[in-house]
Design a binder for this molecule. Sequence first.
Ligand code: GFB
Length: 320
Amino acid sequence: MHKSSSVFIAGHRGLVGSAIVRRLRAQGYTNLLCRSRAELDLTNQAAVDRFFDETRPEYVFLAAAKVGGILANSTRPAEFIRDNLLIEALVVDAAYRYGVRKLEFLGSSCIYPKMCPQPIKEEHLLTGPLEPTNDAYAIAKIAGIRMCQAYREQYGFDAISLMPTNLYGPGDNFDLQGSHVMPALIRKFHDAKAAGAAEVVLWGTGSPRREFLHVDDLASAAVFLMEHYSSGDIVNVGTGEDISILELARLVRDVVGCKAEIVHDRTKPDGTPRKLMDVSRLSGLGWKAAIGLREGITQTYEWYLSETAERQGALAGQSA
Ligand code: GFB
């Protein structure tokens, strides 16, 4: 990739896409192509084809996806499988047909079996049954991986796939019904502190273990792999360290400076008992995560505070 190459970042307003845009700009890439959902519907084949025909990008980061936390995934599986299959099929195929030099597909750690040996190696894909709370999303992501591999095998198309672990950071979704655990906890402890509430509700038992990667680290790995990696073999992206959900809740409570007690809502699902990536393939290529968990949560909370202040300022401005 040259600094002047045209690069399409599909999903540039999302958590991942916006971080990739920041990273590319910081590294001096000047020719970035971004389209909002209103400008380009990635589930509409005619629109996708027209876009690729008109703009002819040289590189594509496929960060657009329908994503959500455990509750959204388990209650809206049809939307997760439909939207993700459509986006992947249309973008990968158009990228190949309109002469893109290289495409990078972003998957997810939930593609691996529910009871996968830990830490999870790339070879564990399709070796056991999936976690039922997100199997529709996982199957769509597995189809995306296989599609990239198939286009490489049959057409020689340079498509690579990386599998990020659970992500968090600025630009995340903080809606309590649809979000992942990290933004949910930041918001819950922040609201409890503001209201002087005695309790914060944690879903499930708190015993599942997850690995958390700051999205700026993911973006750094994504650009690194686009620049240095070319293979059909998928690559895990993570920190190599995990934490229980209860430990995470205590850490977020501490960062936010809240005194509330943690109580459990055991009617909510736990999901996979553990999800820790083996990141030796990526570290063998020379990349390693740089942002520590406490530091990353602190920075994300600061972002959340500034966003909330901005929103309240805008509302006050409207009513004035
Ligand atoms: O982040 P999360 O929604 O997704 O939940 P997964 C992780 C764990 O945190 C689960 C618990 O055990 C939840 O029960 N948890 C505790 C909470 N309190 C909360 C809360 O207030 N909100 C949320 N959301 N969780 C997702 C998949 O699985 O992982 C997606 O559903 C995707 O497909 C993503 O792959 C990376 O880690 O369980």
